[in-house]
Design a binder for this molecule. Structure first.
Ligand code: BES
Ligand code: MN
Ligand code: ZN
Length: 501
């Protein structure tokens, strides 16, 4: 990740080879009208003696969000090139505009070692810290590459980024840079783990990798191996993992800063590969199933970010890791599993495995008596059908918690939409015929069914929320600050929530 500094030096004096400045789409909406230069763009144009507005019109630059245009300075400034970045219409611009613009600047800076970005003019409705945070997140997210498995990865040369801010914003900007670095770093960790091929992150290996990742931070690591899971009665996790030649794991990470007044438990689904088990998935449905540990990756990343930022809240992250494979030792359809709290579950479909590992992990979390539990999971295909790949599903039994998470998601550029828990309407659907519960109830309202199932394993007095990221954890096309592949979704939401609630 490039290093980032906030500075109040004039942008035009920067010795970086590339200066990024913004331009808004014309308010008139007419493409023939000149884009409206942001303050930094006007200032560098003036220092260089350019009529930048005329150049942009001549080049057909429309100022749409993330559009870029290179303008050579021809010796008029220390920098060789101006990179004009579109911000869309001024009236629509918000934090996510800055994230997208930051990513566009990073992409434009692939072949230089230093980039300077002008942000002396903050968008009207934003405070300086939020603006700097979003912009820097965009630059860092946009410079993400997953090239571990490529023999000839194109080099990404950007090493340092200077964000030029107004004098009054200096202190806030410095802090915002730290928040952005920790947030983007957490997002990068989640994306790296999710993008890793499944043979290199089978449960014991993933547990080790996560433990090594947080070794230098004030985070305590406890790993329950198969013997400890047996001993503790984690029948859901063991039942899902028993078809694999690699045993399951439960990883508990604890960040407990002195003086913390709240304790949040985060629970993540960590299926390192989901074949469906004996209820085998068709081949195409399996193609993205290395992402099925996305919830676990998220909660590991969030606790890393929380510890790096020194947030004054205790966080426990619980990762339920198993590989869902078909084999002679796999759980059969109609087997009955006994969960950690003694609840029996008839396995109607071995592909509904996430709720089985999460059930045990939610019981584990409840026993810690936190102030709230949030779980994150690539749980249901029905969530993809309902909301697609841009909006996550939120289900909660507590309105305040739900509202706080929805708001944090909006700020973070990771929208969620709440579905009802619908206990009155559908609560009885999870009741089993021969066991207490069944793990699948057919196609209708599949996301709600899964939510109701999970809810059964949360202690009654603890507020609980569930993020189903089945649709949003992965993108099959490049989108603004997201490259193809893992998105790291919900990492920013949860860090924003932990930081501000
Ligand atoms: N991991 C899948 C859900 C999923 C689907 C994630 C698409 C990402 C993209 C989950 O384990 C699953 O297979 N769910 C089944 C449940 C059904 C058998 C009740 C589903 O949603 O089809
Ligand atoms: Mn499955
Ligand atoms: Zn799954």
């Amino acid at each position: 990740m490039p290093t980032v500094e906030a500075t109040t030096r004039p942008l035009a004096d920067s010795d970086a080879p590339l200066l990024a400045v913004g331009a808004f789409a014309p308010a008139s909406g007419e493409r023939s009208d000149p884009p409206e230069l942001a303050a930094d763009a006007s200032a560098v144009a003036e220092a260089a003696g350019f009529d930048l507005g005329a150049e942009l019109v001549a080049a057909g630059f429309d100022g749409s969000v993330g559009a870029t245009l290179r303008v050579p300075t021809r010796g008029s400034l220390p920098a060789a090139t101006l990179l004009i970045v579109g911000l869309g219409p001024r009236a629509d611009a918000g934090t996510d505009t800055l994230r997208r613009a930051g990513a566009a600047a990073a992409l434009g800076a692939e072949r230089v070692d230093r980039l300077a970005v002008g942000l002396s003019e903050v968008l009207d409705d934003l405070d300086a810290a939020d603006a700097v945070q979003a912009l820097v997140e965009g630059v860092l997210l946009g410079s993400y590459r997953f090239s571990t498995y490529q023999s000839d990865a194109p080099p990404f040369e950007l090493e340092t980024v200077a964000v030029h801010v107004a004098d009054a914003a200096q202190d806030a900007a410095q802090q915002a840079v730290e928040v952005a670095r920790a947030t983007a770093g957490a997002g990068t960790l989640a994306r790296d783990l999710i993008n890793t091929p499944p043979q290199d992150k089978r449960p014991p290996a993933l547990a080790d990798r996560v433990a090594a990742q947080v070794a230098d931070l004030p985070i305590e690591v406890r790993v329950l191996d198969e013997a400890a899971l047996e001993e503790g009665g984690y029948g859901g996790i063991l039942g899902v993992g028993q078809g694999s030649s690699e045993p399951p794991r439960l990883v508990e990470l604890t960040y407990a800063p002195e003086g913390a007044e709240r304790h949040i438990a985060l629970v993540g689904k960590g299926i390192t590969f989901d074949t469906g088990g004996i209820s085998l998935k068709p081949s195409t449905a399996m193609e993205t199933m290395k992402t099925d540990m996305g919830g676990a990756a998220t909660v590991a990343a969030v606790i890393q970010g929380a510890a790096q930022l020194g947030l004054p809240v205790k966080v426990t992250a619980i990762l339920a890791l198993a590989e869902n494979m078909p084999s002679g030792t796999a759980t059969r359809v109609s087997d009955v599993l006994t969960m950690k709290d003694g609840t029996t579950v008839e396995v109607i479909n071995t592909d509904a495995e996430g709720r089985l590992v999460l059930g045990d992990a939610l019981v584990h979390a409840s026993e810690l008596e936190p102030d709230a539990i949030v779980d994150v999971a690539t749980l249901t295909g029905a969530a993809v059908v309902a909301l697609g790949d841009r909006i996550s599903v939120l289900i909660a039994d507590d309105d305040d918690l739900a509202d706080a998470l929805l708001a944090a998601g909006t700020t973070a550029g990771e929208p969620s939409w709440r579905l009802p828990l619908a206990a009155d309407e559908y609560g009885d659907r999870i009741e089993g015929a021969i066991a207490d519960l069944k793990n699948s109830g057919g196609r209708e309202a599949g996301t709600i069914f899964a939510g109701l199932f999970l809810h059964r394993f949360v202690a009654e007095d603890i507020p609980w929320a569930h993020l189903d990221i089945a649709g949003t954890a992965w993108t099959s096309s490049e989108r603004g600050y997201l490259s193809k592949g893992a998105t790291g979704v919900s990492v920013r939401t949860l860090l924003q929530w932990l930081r501000t609630s």
